[in-house]
Design a protein around this ligand. Structure first.
Ligand code: SF4
Length: 478
């Protein structure tokens, strides 16, 4: 029987979430929509916007991609000059409509909304404490504890509530809070996830955007002003901008995987252009792993920019030996009979006449489970390729992430228990080379101490909850 299935696009780790907020603009919800559109790569499961006209708050959120969730009519119903939005891939809490963001709560005739990118490593303990004190939770998301903590200290004023709330939570949080007339941007002291501030051109004075990545600013023609600093709470209201720094100053630990794979190449992340960093990764890889070959190619669109760097540095031509079908939807009808590697071929098809008898270097940005890589290499072999080598623009990912990336558990990571030679054999390659950790850091032009490298070296900047499970808060309820 034919059935509709969800395509496993690749075995890449899932993006976390994207957030965008607009303060003091007559088209706040529409601009938030465009911002989310630019950030769609950070989360494809659900989208939502909450807006305020100063007294009334409106919200719409649902499962699906940004253009599927919002229509012109819905955006018109989200009135006001203040809005925050969220695109989600679930890194905590089940993927369902209840767990969509932004979260909106009412407390003593006031509202507070939250849009969160990251993972709180002590959410389970905090939630348990709050439940002991009588709190009732509506979702299974870690972000909901923030609303409860804010409500608990609301009577002491905004600044104190923010200081108390955020000094008690730990982990990765780039976050937007919204009341009827204020927007607050918060970035954890490690600065795991990016968050930037831009100025909108508008007849109104003091019109601002805060977004996960600068590509959202570009789309709405906002001027990039600066990143929200690690450890900063930035309050934006009618009096302007003011910052709180409730944490002691420390060295940040930015997620280097934003540069390897997550962020859009046209974004500036942690002060570095992502395209440039990826190309540098490819160049350094070409120096670290020189291979005699006829062509260099990416599997589109993974590894495109590193492949360009590798080709330029090695002098080996860059070619597109595999063609991507850009019109593959998220679901499709399975063939009646089992067709070998159908899921791979429906998206990517090798150009047989071009690859036959060639020595090929594939440039990948990362290998996580290795399952799709294995099928893709097998597909290249069937074209008659003479040699198939692979170079990877990061080191082997051997450890789990607890900071907002949905890495599989260690036993699902192909590098979790395999040496490089074993992975090479598993994938069916002639050779396999990874970029060194030093090479990866060097490609960013920043110093090593400023990055989280935990999925490569197992050194976690913030003590994780090692029993963390994506659905831990849901399991706690049963
Ligand atoms: Fe990023 Fe890896 Fe650190 Fe997670 S563990 S925050 S993916 S560098």
């Amino acid at each position: 029987m034919q059935r509709s299935i969800t395509i496993p696009y690749s075995d890449k780790p899932r993006h976390e979430c994207g957030i965008c907020g607009i303060f003091n603009h007559p088209d706040a919800s529409k601009l938030t929509y465009f911002g989310l559109y630019a950030l769609q790569h950070r989360g494809q499961e659900s989208a939502g916007i909450v807006s305020s006209n100063g007294t009334t708050v409106s919200i719409h959120k649902a499962m699906g991609l940004v253009p599927e969730v919002f229509s012109e009519e819905i955006l018109q119903s989200l009135t006001g000059s203040l809005a925050i939005g969220h695109v989600r891939y679930s890194t905590t809490g089940a993927s369902n409509a209840t767990n969509t963001q932004p979260l909106l709560a009412r407390h003593k005739n006031q509202t507070i909304s939250v849009a969160h990118n990251g993972n709180l490593v002590n959410a389970t303990a905090l939630r348990s404490e709050l439940e002991d004190q009588g709190s009732i939770f509506q979702t299974t998301m870690d972000s909901e504890v923030v609303l409860h903590l804010m409500a608990h200290s609301a009577s002491q004023g905004l600044n104190t509530a923010l200081r108390q709330t955020f000094s008690s939570i730990k982990g990765a949080f780039s976050m937007l809070l919204m009341t009827e007339d204020r927007m607050v941007a918060i970035r954890d002291p490690d600065g795991f996830r990016p968050l930037c501030l831009g100025r909108l051109s508008c007849k109104k004075e003091g019109s601002w955007i805060v977004a996960s990545e600068t590509c959202a600013l570009d789309l709405v023609e906002a001027e990039y002003i600066r990143d929200i600093e690690p450890g900063e709470i930035l309050i934006i209201d009618k009096d302007g901008l003011r910052s709180l720094f409730p944490w002691p100053k420390q060295t940040p630990h930015h997620c280097i995987f934003e540069h390897v794979y997550f962020a859009r190449p046209d974004s500036e992340v942690f002060g570095i252009n992502v395209y440039h960093a990826r190309k540098e990764m490819g160049k350094i890889l070409a120096r670290q792993a020189p291979i005699e070959a006829d062509l260099v190619m990416p599997f589109p669109d993974s590894g495109n920019y590193a492949a360009l760097g590798y080709a330029q540095e090695s002098g080996i031509p860059l070619e597109f030996g595999v063609i991507r079908n850009h019109y593959v939807g998220r679901t499709f009808i399975q063939p009646t009979q089992s067709m070998r590697d159908f899921n791979v071929r429906v998206k990517l098809n090798p150009v047989r006449s071009f690859l036959q008898d060639k020595r090929i270097i594939i440039v990948e940005d990362s290998i996580i489970r290795g399952t799709t890589g294995k099928s893709r290499v097998a597909a290249l072999r069937r074209t008659g390729a003479k040699e198939v080598h692979m170079v990877v623009s990061c080191p082997p990912t051997r450890h789990a992430c607890y900071y907002g990336i949905d890495f599989p558990s260690v036993d699902q990571l192909v590098a979790g228990d395999k040496k490089v030679d074993e992975i090479r054999d598993y994938l069916g390659l002639d050779s396999l080379h990874y970029l060194s950790l030093d090479g990866l850091v060097q490609a960013t032009g920043m110093s090593r101490e400023k990055f989280c490298l935990a999925c490569f070296n197992g050194v976690y900047p913030v003590q994780p909850d090692l029993n963390f499970h994506k659905d831990a808060l849901a399991l706690q309820n049963h």
